[in-house]
Design a protein around this ligand. Structure first.
Ligand code: NAP
Length: 257
């Protein structure tokens, strides 16, 4: 029987999970899924899984050598720019083939009220000068800091912002949250439930990263004609870009001969 090729699959996304499922039992590829370990109860991919950071480029380089990894598929989130850069640098150093699987971004349809923001802090600054008062924040719990002052400023004259903040796990101690309410949940969410949530909380602005993929909130905001602050993606490292699980499987097959 031919030797299986060792693939490191950098994950933490639905696409990585689907890819690991597709590769389960593959006779030519041994897939090791890697998760950062941020969520308390991640959906565990089938096959071998490792959890936690590698320790920057040096740690990742050592890992790739020790495990004799022969290809790296970076299927991390489009906003996970540090691990993407680290994977690029480590693979370049070792001459290991690497590609980035990244789902296409959302783009506005006619009538959508998007304002594109270059960063999360730029979105918070923009909000300071915007009349929206009840804001739906769909960002990570580590990304909420710039919005905290907006919930405090203007409390005396009633102009302070109120935030509906959605996250997967409860925020835990030591995280400062913007004034308002937290809603816990793991997507994908259907447009109808998103619309009902926005209406229930009288939301007048959505703030989201341009993650791409299934997007009930985008459809709901469009239907409610709500303004959206769309945070633009960080640049990707140079190298091959794959835009679907099918394309990623085809890429893996090239190196699995
Ligand atoms: P990041 O800023 O690019 O990475 C920060 C550090 O976390 C990396 O330097 C690495 O630590 C570790 N890391 C990240 N992804 C890893 C992986 N798959 N396996 C092992 N270590 C990993 O990443 P992030 O934005 O914090 O995202 C963390 C994870 O959550 C990623 O797996 C990503 O796919 C997922 N995720 C992110 C978002 C988002 O909006 N950013 C949304 C949904 C899911 P070391 O330097 O120690 O190796």
């Amino acid at each position: 029987m031919p030797r299986k090729r060792k693939l490191l699959l950098l994950g933490g996304t639905g696409e990585a999970l689907r890819l690991a499922r597709e590769l389960e039992g593959n006779s030519r590829v041994h897939c090791i899924s890697s998760l950062a370990g941020r969520t308390e109860e991640p959906v565990r991919p089938p096959g071998e899984v490792r959890i936690g950071g590698f320790g920057g480029v040096p740690g990742l380089t050592t890992y790739l050598m020790n495990e004799a990894i022969e290809m790296v598929l970076d299927a991390t989130h489009p906003f996970a720019s540090q691990i993407a850069r680290n994977a690029h640098d480590a693979c370049l150093k070792l001459g290991i083939p690497r590609a980035k699987l990244v789902r296409p971004p959302w783009s506005p349809s006619p009538g959508d009220r998007w304002t594109i923001m270059p960063s999360i802090s730029a979105a918070a600054t923009f909000l300071r000068f915007h009349p929206a008062r009840r804001i739906f924040l769909t960002l990570g719990r580590q990304e909420l800091g710039p919005f905290v002052p907006l919930g405090e400023e203007g409390e005396r004259n009633g102009s302070a912002r109120w935030f509906l903040t959605r996250m997967i796990d409860p925020p835990g101690d030591g995280i400062r949250l913007p004034r308002g309410e937290i809603v816990l949940g793991r997507g994908p969410f259907q447009p109808e439930e998103e619309k009902a949530l926005m209406q229930k909380h009288q939301i007048d602005m959505l703030v989201t990263k341009n993650s791409g993929g299934a997007a009930g909130k985008i459809a709901a905001a469009a239907e409610l004609h709500l303004p959206v602050l769309m945070i633009d993606r960080p640049p990707l490292p140079p190298g091959e870009i794959l835009d679907s699980v099918g394309a990623a499987l085809a890429w893996i097959n090239i190196y699995a001969v």
